[in-house]
Structure formats: structure tokens, C-alpha cells
Design a protein around this ligand. Structure first.
Ligand code: CAO
Length: 535
């Protein structure tokens, strides 16, 4: 067993904050395991262990500051021989040096007072390629020294490579998705130089490759190179590179998250919680809601007066989730109409006595069900669903219609099967039975499945029209409002007619306005003259 001291590597100058100590005394770490996370206003980096071993002591603490050469911890390593092999931890741990290396473009082209330089990837402390996740400049951009050229990201570090010169970008070689290695060409820049300096510029670029070969690490020695290492793309957000990478993989902005670590640092757990909240449709950290929408603020209403908080039923919450899902996924269009159902109403009143004898209540709803069934049969596009991937329309050969039923526990939609094959009496009886079952919470899941279309009737309550939300994956829903006697022009005079306000919401991915117009006009004709139901 041997004891090895692991120190802070050369960070390119200056002190940095210790944001996180990733290990504890007694931990057994593997080579490359993160020991600490450091962050400056320019950099965010994890310092990997240069060797495997057991942590004997830790010399840093979160919240402190460190600089190159400071002791991180002591490790007990297995054998002396192994320890010797890796005896210069600080050097091998040197992770992120991003100062770019300037070299002439091939062939180098110089104009009077200007010089073109090809900027290359500096030593980033890794022999493996690092992903190029962003190219920050475009050809023609005039940039200043220190402006970011590209953003590189590994699982250990996130860094921007700054330009060593001010000038105009004349060519971009690197692209997003490339794997950047030391010396890879990033972009060519045309920089202004005084006439007297043109030759000096030549000398600078001529020297650069030799410096690279002889001394790859201390890039601060390269002319005009900026030594700052890992500049992050979210400079105002505290988060380690692994967390930044995780967030980027999910396509999330760190600015949306609330950090629970020291100095409000965003931890891996914060990203995971944020994703969980998004999946549940909750606003993560109360900052945003599902689908990236701003969430409704959480208000303490008691500050304005007395309140009473009551838990919502499972059914209420389920209905809310279904409504939200449909509203967010389906582009809804709602069409309104008024149907003259005077004759239907006359017919219905004439059947009142017979209905009583049969023990059923004949409301307008069975007529609406029957008319909808005929309209669905004649307009199959409405008796269909879009496949989940949007590739196919699924046309149904059966006509099952759901009816929205209000219950004390919440909204339920039992389904009446084969509406087209049932009589008005049967439909009236079945509607009443299903509504009763719904109110008594006796519906089985099968009673609420298989619907092709839904009718939501608020006719007994009131209103002149509303926009019902489609019961996806159905493609349309009909809303029924309260019958009203209205003056209708019959060609020579106004006549009092019983007008039923109806609305039709449809999924505009599956149906268009003409479809809806034809379907609803047809249905209106059926209701206006119920003899047509027999045709
Ligand atoms: N205009 C005027 N009166 C109407 C009417 C209309 N469009 N529709 C029904 N009525 C009358 C009925 O004729 C009946 O009158 P009588 O008692 O004089 O005979 C009365 O209103 C009550 O009808 P009902 O509600 O008992 O029966 P229904 O067949 O119309 O509806 C049901 C049954 C289960 C759909 C209904 O009880 C219900 O729950 N509706 C709410 C649906 C709902 O919540 N929709 C919203 C969903 S989206 O949030």
C-alpha cells in the first residue's frame, strides 16, 4: 500500500471555487472518478482521480477556493509500483486547457495590414475527441478577442473555445457533431495587423506548431492565446459539466431549474426531478409547466380571506389529465349551428304518454344519438381515429357513441354500443341506465371504452353554445345547449321556432372545415326532419 497526494492541476491561472466534493473519506474510487467540481466565472470542471484507491483524507471543502497545486486529498493505492506509475497526479489530472492555438491557414494568405489565421483546438486535457455542441460564429462575423468560437462538451467538462484574436471570420471548418481533438481546425479569421506587424504575424504562426509539438500543455505560452479553460455556455448558472451534459441530452435549459446544491448549484438530482415534474405535467420548481409553458402561480389565497381546501377526487384529476392531454395534443376547431327541432319536439311530446307506459323518459338525447349514428355512417371520416403515429386513419365499422354524464364524483363518459341498430326507446332506456350507473359509481371500465364519437348535452342546464373538448382518440364531439324559441324568417314572416344550439369540435389534423360543415349540415337536416332518419 502507498499513499498518494492528489493536487489541483494547472487550471490556467487564478483561484476557483470548490462547488462540490464528490467523495468522502473511506470511499474507494476508480481512476477517472470525479473527486471535486470546481467552478469559476469562466469555468466549470470536474477533477478526475488520476488513479484508483481509497480516500484517506480530504483537504478541501465545499465553498472554499483553491488554486493549482493545492492538495485535494490523499489516496491509499494498492502497490508501490502502481503508485509510481501514476506518481504525478496533478499533471495527469490536468483536465481542461482550452487556449486555442493559432496557425496559418494553408496556404497562408496575407493582405496588406491583415493576416489570416487558422484557429485550432487547443489542448483540452483529453486525447479522445470532444463533442462539438455549438458553433458560435458564422462566416462574415466580426468578433472580438475572447469571443467564443465553439462549445465543446465531454462528460467531464463543458467549455467554450475563445478566439485569440479580434477579426472577421472568413471560413468555418468545424461543425456541430464533430469530435474535436487537439490541433483540429476550427475557423479561419482575418485579423487586422499594422503593416509593420505583418511579418511578426508570420513569425507567430510559424512558431505555433513547434510549440504544440514540444510543449502541448502550457498553452498560456502560445502567442495571443487565452488561457481560460472551461467556459460554460450558461455562465450565470452553477452546474458541473456532467449535469450540463445531462440537461443538454434532455434538451433542457439549466436556467429553468432550481439548484438545491451549495450556492444554488444545480445537481444531477435537480435535473432528474425537473424531468419527473415535466412528465407529471407539473411546473418544475414552479418555474415552468408541462410542454415548457409558464405555470400558473401558486397563490396563497388565505391572504385575501377565508378559504376551504378540499382534495379533488381521483376522477376529477383523471378527467383533468385527459382534458389537458386532448387540448394540448389535438388542434381543436369548433363549429356552431342552430337546428330547428320544432317537428322533433312535436313528435316527442306526442310520445309522452307512451313513454310513461314504457317507464322511460324520452328527452331529445336519444334523437340526437340516432341522428349522430346516421351522420357517422354517412360520413365515415367522423367515425374514425388517427393512428398514434399519424400515419393512418382507422375507420370503424361499428358505431358506438359516448355520452358525457355529470356525477358528484366528476365527469364520466359511458358508451352506448351499436347506436345505429337500436330504437329510440332502447336508446332512451340505455341512456337512463348508464347515467344512473355512472352517478352510483357502478360503471365498469368496459362501459366507458370503445366510443367513436361523444355527445355532451348541457341542454337541461342552459347556455347558448360551448366548445366541448374532444374525447381523444375520437376525432369529434358534439355539444348540445338549451333549446330556445326564436323568431325565424319563413320567407314572408317571422315564425316562432324551437331552435337547438349545437356545436361540433373536431380534430383539425384528421378533418377539415368542409368535412365538418357537411357532417353538421347533414345532421341538422336529420334533426329538422326526423323522417330522414329512416332513409
Ligand atoms: N334543451 C332544453 N331542454 C332539454 C335539452 C335541451 N337541449 N335536453 C334535455 N332537456 C330537458 C329534458 O327534456 C328534460 O326535461 P323534462 O324533465 O321536462 O322531461 C330535462 O331537460 C332534463 O333532462 P335530463 O338531463 O334528465 O336528460 P338528458 O337525456 O337530456 O341528459 C344526461 C342525460 C345523463 C346526459 C344528463 O343528465 C347529464 O348528465 N348532462 C351533463 C353532461 C355534461 O356534464 N356535459 C358536460 C361535459 S364537458 O364538461
Amino acid at each position: 500500500m502507498a499513499k498518494e497526494t492528489v493536487k489541483i492541476p494547472d487550471l490556467g491561472g487564478g483561484s476557483v471555487d470548490v462547488i462540490e466534493v464528490c467523495v468522502a473519506v473511506g470511499d474507494v474510487v476508480a481512476k477517472e472518478d470525479s473527486l471535486v467540481v470546481l467552478e469559476s466565472d469562466k469555468a466549470s470542471m470536474e477533477i478526475p482521480s488520476p488513479m484508483a484507491g481509497k480516500v484517506l483524507s480530504i483537504s478541501l471543502k465545499e465553498g472554499g477556493t483553491v488554486e493549482a497545486g493545492d492538495v485535494i486529498l490523499e489516496l491509499e493505492v494498492e502497490t508501490k509500483a502502481e503508485a509510481k506509475e501514476e506518481a504525478t497526479p496533478a499533471a495527469s489530472a490536468a483536465p481542461e486547457k482550452t487556449a486555442p492555438v493559432a496557425e496559418p491557414a494553408q496556404p497562408a494568405k496575407q493582405e496588406k495590414g491583415s493576416a489570416r489565421e487558422m484557429i485550432k483546438v487547443p489542448d483540452v486535457g483529453s486525447s479522445d475527441g470532444i463533442d462539438v455542441i455549438e458553433v458560435c460564429v458564422a462566416v462574415g462575423d466580426v468578433i472580438s478577442e475572447g469571443d467564443s468560437l465553439v462549445v465543446l462538451e465531454s462528460d467531464k467538462a463543458s467549455m467554450e473555445v475563445p478566439s485569440p484574436f479580434s477579426g472577421k471570420i472568413t471560413k468555418i471548418v468545424m461543425k456541430v457533431g464533430d469530435s474535436a481533438k487537439l490541433g483540429a481546425e476550427i475557423a479561419e479569421i482575418e485579423r487586422e495587423v499594422a503593416a509593420a506587424d505583418v511579418s511578426e504575424a508570420k513569425a507567430v504562426v510559424a512558431e505555433a506548431p513547434a510549440k504544440e509539438a514540444a510543449q502541448p500543455a502550457p498553452v498560456s505560452a502560445a502567442p495571443a492565446a487565452k488561457p481560460e479553460p472551461t467556459v460554460t455556455s450558461h455562465a450565470d448558472v452553477y452546474a458541473g459539466p456532467a449535469v450540463r451534459k445531462l440537461a443538454r441530452e434532455f434538451g433542457l435549459e439549466l436556467e429553468q431549474m432550481v439548484g438545491t446544491g451549495p450556492k444554488a448549484r444545480i445537481l444531477k438530482e435537480d435535473v432528474q426531478q425537473f424531468v419527473k415534474d415535466l412528465a407529471k405535467g407539473k411546473g418544475a420548481g414552479a418555474t415552468i409547466g408541462g410542454a415548457g409553458l409558464p405555470s400558473i402561480p401558486d397563490v396563497d389565497f388565505s391572504q385575501f380571506g377565508e378559504i376551504d381546501i378540499q382534495a379533488r377526487t381521483k376522477l376529477h384529476k383523471l378527467t383533468a389529465a385527459n382534458m389537458h392531454r386532448s387540448w394540448m395534443n389535438l388542434p381543436h376547431v369548433t363549429q356552431f349551428d342552430e337546428v330547428d327541432i320544432g317537428e322533433l319536439e312535436d313528435f316527442r311530446s306526442g310520445l309522452k304518454r307512451e313513454a310513461e307506459q314504457r317507464g322511460v323518459k324520452l328527452t331529445p338525447l336519444p334523437f340526437l344519438l340516432k341522428a349522430a349514428a346516421v351522420a357517422l355512417r354517412e360520413h365515415p371520416k367522423f367515425n374514425a381515429s388517427l393512428s398514434a403515429d399519424g400515419e393512418n386513419m382507422v375507420y370503424k365499422k361499428y358505431i358506438h357513441i359516448g355520452i358525457a354524464v355529470d356525477t358528484p364524483a366528476g365527469l364520466m363518459v359511458p358508451v352506448i354500443r351499436d347506436v345505429d341498430k337500436k330504437s329510440l326507446w332502447e336508446l332512451a332506456a340505455e341512456t337512463a341506465e348508464l347515467a344512473k350507473k355512472a352517478k352510483e359509481r357502478k360503471l365498469k371500465p368496459a362501459d366507458m371504452q370503445g366510443g367513436c364519437f361523444t355527445i355532451s348535452s348541457l341542454g337541461s342546464i342552459g347556455g347558448t353554445g360551448f366548445t366541448p373538448i374532444i374525447n381523444a382518440p375520437e376525432v369529434a364531439i358534439m355539444g348540445v345547449s338549451k333549446l330556445a324559441i326564436k323568431p325565424v324568417w319563413n320567407g314572408s314572416e317571422f315564425e316562432p321556432r324551437k331552435m337547438l344550439p349545437v356545436s361540433l369540435s373536431y380534430d383539425h389534423r384528421a378533418l377539415n372545415g368542409v368535412d365538418a360543415g357537411q357532417f353538421f349540415t347533414f345532421m341538422g337536416e336529420l334533426l329538422a326532419d326526423i323522417r330522414r332518419l329512416l332513409l
